[in-house]
Design a protein around this ligand. Structure first.
Ligand code: NAD
Length: 412
């Protein structure tokens, strides 16, 4: 583990929270230990007949408050430590939103852009078979994350169902609507990021109309956040993806049309930016919505935004966080800011269990209600305990898991 890895960040945040809550060393041991780790080899037959092996993971960090829940990431750099860190964050996130879940994460160390659609399907089905004994609607419910989407969820649901002998839609969330997906799931994380941004602007006394925003990452979270922010009256001035950033586009919708047609952000008439330039733009709000460790001790000093809303998981290292704090930046932490995704995943699971599906308005209203309750709780605890929003969110999430441990007791 290096000094600032996603796991060291997550553990140092947990340590600080255990101390703030004055929990015991016994609590620290139970809270800092993932409960079940499965590492699998995933063989893939390429379209040309070659066979390759990939490392796959599923980490069930906690099942204390319910089945574990968390995304599946396809990225060449994913390893066991990062999967543990992300599963830990899911645990506090679900508890903060008061969802009846523990936390999990999974993934395959593969670059999905190098796979054909058929290869991606074979890899997904084999990974699902390998982790099959430990997933299920009552055990652990995967969802999309970086590098996966509703197609992967459809293949996972089908592989699980074929093995069960009947359709089991509730085994994954983020599915296509016709397979038991929920209206509003695709945009849910971005919609939640926008709600969190609106509330942070209110707290900082900045007018939402015309407030300027820069977004790192133009994927499932970044794109939908950009759309929702524009709809609320904010001005998205720059976005970026893995190849760099762009400013000066007429609207997010027009940039997206260009992106879909050309697979790049080089829209004629726009201005190019590096990812670092994007982080340092003079805007009201900066939204890191790509990968971990974007705001570090190297990049935090140059941040000019008054608010950072963490669309991504773990985008700010502890050193980066300390610098932002000293600069007076309000940081809306990942476990709060991006919880819209797991909240609507929870709605999808509930709908699958009941075989009764909600309207788009019902989903939107219920998402807003849960997000606002969590935001209010975090704002109030931050004020009463004189802590940052991150510490406050972690205190609420970790505190609930610690209480559940205490009430359930230790078996035997
Ligand atoms: P995605 O794969 O759809 O998009 C990722 C985006 O980040 C792409 O635009 C990619 O080009 C860009 N990117 C990758 N590396 C980059 C770099 N070095 N610099 C700038 N941009 C880079 O993934 P996603 O689902 O949007 O997830 C993004 C983040 O949000 C992750 O941290 C994920 O864990 C978190 N998250 C996702 C969800 C969800 O529902 N999808 C929910 C909660 C949190």
């Amino acid at each position: 583990m290096t000094m600032e890895s996603p796991l060291s960040t997550a553990l140092s945040q947990l340590r600080g929270t255990v101390d703030l809550l004055k929990l015991s060393e016994n609590d620290w041991h139970t809270l800092s230990t993932p409960r079940r780790i499965l590492q699998v080899a995933v063989p893939l037959r390429r379209d040309n007949g070659d066979v390759e092996m990939y490392d796959g993971y599923r980490v069930q960090y906690s099942t204390t408050r319910g089945p574990s829940k968390g995304g599946v990431r396809y990225h060449q750099d994913i390893d066991l430590d990062e999967t543990i860190a992300l599963a830990m964050l899911m645990t506090w996130k679900c508890a903060l939103a008061n969802l009846p879940y523990g936390g999990a994460k999974g993934g395959i160390a593969v670059d999905p852009s190098k796979l054909s659609a058929r290869e991606n399907e074979r890899l997904t089905r084999r990974y699902t078979s390998e982790i099959l004994p430990i997933i299920g609607p009552e055990r652990d419910i995967p969802a999309p994350d970086v590098g996966t989407d509703e197609n992967n969820m459809a293949w996972m649901m089908d592989t699980y169902s074929v093995n069960a002998g009947f359709s089991v839609p509730g085994v994954v969330t983020g599915k296509p609507i016709v397979l038991g997906g929920s209206l509003g799931r695709t945009s849910a994380t971005g919609d939640g990021v926008a709600i969190a941004t609106r509330e942070a602007l209110r707290v900082k006394g900045i007018d939402i109309n015309g407030a300027t925003v820069a977004i790192q990452g133009f994927g499932k979270v970044g794109y939908w956040a950009a759309i929702a922010l524009e709809n609320m009256g904010m001005k998205v001035v720059a976005v970026s993806d893995v190849n760099g950033g762009v400013a000066g586009f007429p609207s997010v919708a027009k940039l997206w049309d260009h992106f879909l047609a050309n697979k790049n952000l080089d829209m004629p008439g726009t201005e190019k930016l590096t990812n670092e330039e994007l982080l340092h733009l003079d805007v009201d709000v900066l939204i890191p919505a790509a990968l971990a460790d974007a705001i570090t001790e190297k990049t935090a000093n140059g941040v000019k935004a008054k608010i950072v809303v963490e669309g991504a998981n773990g985008p700010t290292t502890p050193n980066g966080d300390a610098i932002l704090h000293d600069k007076g930046v309000l940081v809306v932490p990942d476990i709060l800011a991006n919880s819209g995704g797991v909240i609507v995943s929870y709605f999808e699971w509930v709908q699958d269990k009941q075989n009764y599906f909600w309207s788009a308005d019902e989903v939107k209203n219920n998402l807003s209600e849960i997000m606002m309750r969590a935001l209010k709780g975090v704002e109030e605890t931050a004020a009463s305990r004189k802590v940052t929003w991150r510490q406050s969110a972690l205190m609420l999430g970790v505190g609930r898991v610690a209480e559940a441990h205490r009430l359930r007791g230790l078996y035997p």
